[in-house]
Each structure stands twice: as C-alpha cells, then as structure tokens.
Design a protein around this ligand. Structure first.
Ligand SMILES: [Zn+2]
Length: 214
C-alpha cells in the first residue's frame, strides 16, 4: 500500500493554504486506477519553503477502498520530495536552463543554497528532451502551437512548458495557476523527479500520456 501522490491544481497562495491548516478545502478526484470514489482517510504535515521561510502544510490523504491504495493530495505549489515551491524551483530553472545566468546568482535571488539549485537544474536538464517532447505534445493536444526543438534540450523543454501552459490557460482555471503550478499538476509533482518513466500528464479531467522520446 504505497501512497500515490495526486497533485491538484490548487490556486491558493501558499500563505492562505498554510493558514487554513487542516481545514483547507480540497477536491475529491476519482481513483486513478479504478475510477471509483476516493474517501478522505487521514493526512500528514509536511514542510514547504516559500519566500525563504519554512512552513508546515497539511496534506490530506484519500483512500480507494477497492484498490486499497491511499493517495496523498498535494497542492500544485509543491513538487514531490522537494522542500521549495514549484514557483521557486521553476524560477531558478528558467534562468539557468534558459541561459540567462549561472546557478549561483539564480540561487541567491531565490534564497536557496546553490547546491540545491544546481541539483534542480541538473535533474531538469537530464530529463529535458523527454519533458520537451511531453509538453510539446500536450500543447498540441490542447490546441496550442507546435513547438520545434530549440537549440539545446533545456530551452526546448522550457519553450514546450510555456506552449502547453499557454494552451491550457484557455481552459477554465489554469491561467491563475501560473506555468510552474501547471507543470507540477500535469506531471504529478514529478517534473524533476528521478523517475525514468515519461511524465504522466493530466489536465483537468483529461488524462494524457505523452509519447516517449526515441
Ligand atoms: Zn481504485
């Protein structure tokens, strides 16, 4: 019974989510395996670092009785197994993988150790061609523009995430989320996870499994 994380497109500012504590409102998606109803089961507290401060957030856990699987329901401002917010991580990745600056100045602006920031960028760049293909396909799936591979996998992935977000922003609710919460939501929080599998992209109630790179 390993818990599976579901990332929901939470529009709340981190402060508001923190302040709500256990009373935070969250959706009740269907079970990813059987489509049956998920029931509120329990929850746990985890840390998140936003604006240089560590806070505690409540993460509800939902359970599917037939599948006997519990799902942690993560808000989109976090990434799985990362302390910092998706926005913080995304800002550093945008600057460094986009070629605007090196890791140290980007880390200093974000208020995180440069070793941490370097880890994010390495992981992103290591998955960049796969992420680029997945998000470029998602952009097309959502009626957005087709992205051609840019010079450099990192830039391609950034452009593809931008294109997919641009297309998703036409759908209800996504624009206010911003591109990094969007990227966290559709990748199940695994944007820079060690996963070898292709990111599993979910937008709203649509599921989308992207092609794997050749
Ligand atoms: Zn189930």
């Amino acid at each position: 019974m390993s818990p599976v994380a579901i990332v929901w497109p939470c529009p709340l500012p981190v402060d508001a989510y923190v302040a709500a504590g256990k009373r935070v409102e969250f959706p009740r998606p269907d079970c990813l395996s059987c489509g049956g109803p998920l029931m509120y089961w329990s929850g746990y507290w985890r840390h998140v670092r936003a604006g240089g401060r560590c806070r505690k957030i409540f993460v509800p856990r939902l359970r599917c009785a037939p599948c006997r699987v519990s799902h942690a329901l993560l808000p989109a401002f976090v990434l799985a197994w990362r302390l910092d917010t998706a926005e913080t991580i995304g800002a550093v990745i945008t600057e460094v993988a986009g070629g605007a600056c090196g890791v140290r100045p980007a880390a200093a602006r974000a208020g995180v150790p440069h070793t941490t920031a370097r880890g994010w960028v390495r992981r992103f760049c290591g998955r960049a061609s796969e992420l680029g293909i997945a998000f470029a396909a998602l952009a097309v799936e959502l009626g957005g523009e087709a992205i051609r591979p840019a010079a450099g996998a990192g830039r391609f992935a950034l452009a593809a995430i931008g294109a997919a977000f641009g297309a998703a922003a036409g759908l209800p609710g996504w624009l206010a989320m911003g591109r990094w919460r969007f990227a966290s939501s559709v990748s199940g929080g695994k944007l820079i996870a060690a996963s070898k599998s292709s990111p599993f992209l979910v937008v709203g109630r649509r599921r989308f499994i992207p092609p794997v790179p050749p």
